[in-house]
Design a protein around this ligand. Sequence first.
Ligand code: GLT
Ligand code: MN
Ligand code: MN
Length: 390
Amino acid sequence: MDDFDPRPSDQFTFGLWTVGNPGRDPFGEAVREPMAPTHIVAKLAECGAYGVNLHDNDLVPFGASAAERDRIVADFKAALEDHGMVVPMATTNLFGHPVFKDGAFSANDPKVRAFAIRKTMDAIDLGVELGASTYVFWGGREGTEADACRDPREGIKRTREAMNFLCEYVRDQGYDLRFALEAKPNEPRGDIYFATTGHMLHFIETLDHKQMVGVNPEVAHETMSGLSFVHGVAQAMEAGKLFHIDLNGQRIGRYDQDLRFGSEDLKQAFLLVRLLEGTLGGERYEGPRHFDAHAYRTEDEAGVWDFARGCMRTYNILRAKARAFDADPQVRELIAEARDEGVQALTRSYSSENAAALRGLELDPAGLARRGLGYERLDQLMCEHLMGVR
Ligand code: GLT
Ligand code: MN
Ligand code: MN
């Protein structure tokens, strides 16, 4: 055990579908045996995780009888209890069954939409029974290949109706549950509605109970679009909407890789941890740190737990690096903002006096433009922290 080994107080979580991923891909069969959910709970606890998240069908097979469901859930609860693990987040599988081939909430057939909403109500009941306080919606099938099949505005409207319906359901049941919407640009559909966290943030503002709905951004999904994940997360945090987060690794321009956290772009991973941990001074993200990733297809079960420990250790190492970076006097000096309180007060808010005072200010654009900002030194310092020489 060293300083970077995970502890439950770090609030690390994994989905049953992540460490349980058997390595099937579009070109090849599974390479690992399925693992029982109760076994996953025991092993994750041994690795130092805090909790486990699940889709309804990660635990209860599609079409199970009520008696079967209750028996499975009772065994799972006993395993959670035995190993001191919690279920902070739950979600619905609205993508695996062929019934969802044209979408779930946005499908053209109202019977499919009805089935999707009913399945979600049942899955919400299951999640709440297991103690979840966050409910994720990832609409993997909500999109198109043949875009002529519907007016895309209908796809958006139907999704809104479903979210409003389900928010009312949660309120009606008296559940203490918040929703977190997860964006992705494509895969498995050619194009998925609400392609980025930014799209989701706007959509949320159009909902009847927007206060109970936030986002669940995923590293891989924003990176697939070639966007800065850190900026997307920052916008969500600034809006008070970062309800959950999916951490993993991804290279731009690829299929959804869901690699071990930090394994691809250490600089972005560092900046992300710095943001979440608030080492620069901003508010810290207090929710669970969820890894939505899976082990390489080359691995056996031992490799899966190496993968899980790797995600958590990398996060903790980057947290220590972020603290050291933001405490480094040279870094602090370079990012210290020029503070002219008088001028700052003028641009904070509009008044006719402020506007007039702005017009009267002595400003020297050429002089301001001539100053070098030292960001080469700053970025090099960050690289040196990351490379371990500071
Ligand atoms: C699926 C997807 C993930 C989502 C999960 C939640 S399921 O594995 O690739 O990004 O977060 O539905
Ligand atoms: Mn995800
Ligand atoms: Mn993914």
